[in-house]
Ligand binder design. Structure first.
Ligand SMILES: C[S@@+](CC[C@H](N)C(=O)[O-])C[C@H]1O[C@@H](n2cnc3c(N)ncnc32)[C@H](O)[C@@H]1O
Length: 208
């Protein structure tokens, strides 16, 4: 899945990022506040953070990761991108009751909630609700089931693969995510079909 750059620095590269970063950027450009602080949860290798920071120089991008082993890669991508608006990565496990960032204008989380237990989705939504102002955007990206069913055979196979890795993982149902989000004061405002049967899912923070 991941391979170190042959240049032998600490950057890791995930093949999916090269495929999805441009379509995701096209969605984010119109929806992120132009001068805001964007909190990215589950930054992984740091490639998205570096690319989005470079392509959207007026936002401040805060990458975070739960897995400490990924932090050197995020740092290395930050150095390589030389984007002054990309902040040094912070350790953030969504399950922690306190997050290292108390306020953000938007929260972005790409490809996490299906590859973590369901309580992590709840914790992500609770945390996003805590840090966002009224009207703030939560952006999720990944595969979803719609009305309980898979939208493509490839997603059904991926779901089976996920559940074989960990029985608590799996492609989530969009209605269930939206219901949970609503309980945390986040209203689903838009879904956008993305390549490879993924969705961009936009929530807005309602008044507390
Ligand atoms: C498939 S990777 C996606 C990484 C990156 N967003 C991307 O699209 O390349 C899933 C990520 O979710 C993170 N993750 C899993 N459980 C988490 C948790 N409890 N809190 C924060 N991140 C978590 C993992 O560490 C991993 O980086």
């Amino acid at each position: 899945m991941m391979h170190p750059d042959p240049g032998s620095d600490q950057r890791l590269f995930m093949p999916a990022v090269a495929r999805n970063r441009e379509p995701i950027l096209a969605v984010l450009r119109d929806r992120l506040p132009p001068n805001g602080l964007v909190l990215e949860v589950a930054s992984g290798s740091g490639e998205h953070a570096a690319y989005f920071s470079k392509m959207m120089p007026s936002v401040r991008w805060q990458p975070t990761e739960q897995n400490p082993e990924m932090l050197p890669s995020i740092l290395a991508h930050r150095i390589s991108a030389a984007a002054p608006n990309m902040l040094p990565p912070l350790h953030l496990d969504v399950m922690s009751p306190t997050w290292p960032v108390e306020r953000a204008d938007a929260v972005v989380c790409i490809n996490m909630i299906h590859i973590a237990p369901w309580p992590a989705a709840d914790a992500l939504l609770a945390g996003a609700s805590r840090v966002l102002p009224t009207g703030g955007v939560l952006y999720l990206y990944g595969p979803y089931r719609i009305d309980g069913g898979h939208t493509a055979e490839s997603n059904r196979e991926f779901d089976g693969w996920l559940r074989r890795q960990n029985s608590a993982w799996g492609v989530r149902d969009l209605d269930e995510v939206a219901d949970l989000a609503a309980r945390h004061g986040l209203v689903l405002t838009q879904t956008i079909a993305m390549p490879a049967n993924n969705l961009s899912v936009i929530f807005h923070r309602t008044t507390a």
